[in-house]
Design a protein around this ligand. Sequence first.
Ligand SMILES: N[C@@H](CCC(=O)N[C@@H](CS)C(=O)NCC(=O)O)C(=O)O
Length: 206
Amino acid sequence: MSEITLYHYYRSTCSWRVRWALHYKGIEFTPVAVNLLKGEQKQDSYAQLNPMSYVPSLSIDGETYSESMAILEWLEEIHPEPKLLPQDPPSRMRVRQLYQIIASGTQPMQNLAAQKYFSGDKSKQWEYARHWISKGFNAYEALLQQTKGSFSFGESLTLADICLIPQCYNALRFGLEIDQFPLIFDVYKRCLNLEHYQKSLPEKYQ
Ligand SMILES: N[C@@H](CCC(=O)N[C@@H](CS)C(=O)NCC(=O)O)C(=O)O
């Protein structure tokens, strides 16, 4: 069994994706906190692990990797059960389309560094975050009309949900009501009671 260390911040949605997938797949890991509010992600010792100075990073037997979606795809390859991607290529592509709306099209626009670069005023930062999350959620909600079952894609949890639900947490934190996206809200409510989701919650790692 590999030694796995997750460098993360409790409230980081990208870190949360990886925490949730690790719990879902029953993989043991050692969490190491990187405090974003204290700027620990920018310290040299951490920047050597993650050249973007972001969390998460994952060390596997001493080799460190970053980019949460690369980590999640690796996890799916190495630990395919329980699955987080469907089996047939068109379905896998649809799940990847959904997760990229969050991982590439939404989260980077409302990241701490982007908010701070946009404005020093917290209320403006949050307005900016709400704008980009609304844009991403409108697109995700439209796709859910074709793909949703109990979860974002059909009846099983996938990487799409693993990205969506932490983003819902940020939406609420920045004052965006998510019940205006009824299909997203339905998936969100369903995930709240899942045991592996509960184990990955920010407050469990604070
Ligand atoms: N594409 C990266 C994004 C990572 C990222 O933006 N992490 C945020 C937390 S969710 C971060 O470390 N922010 C620190 C900062 O903005 O200085 C990934 O998916 O891992």
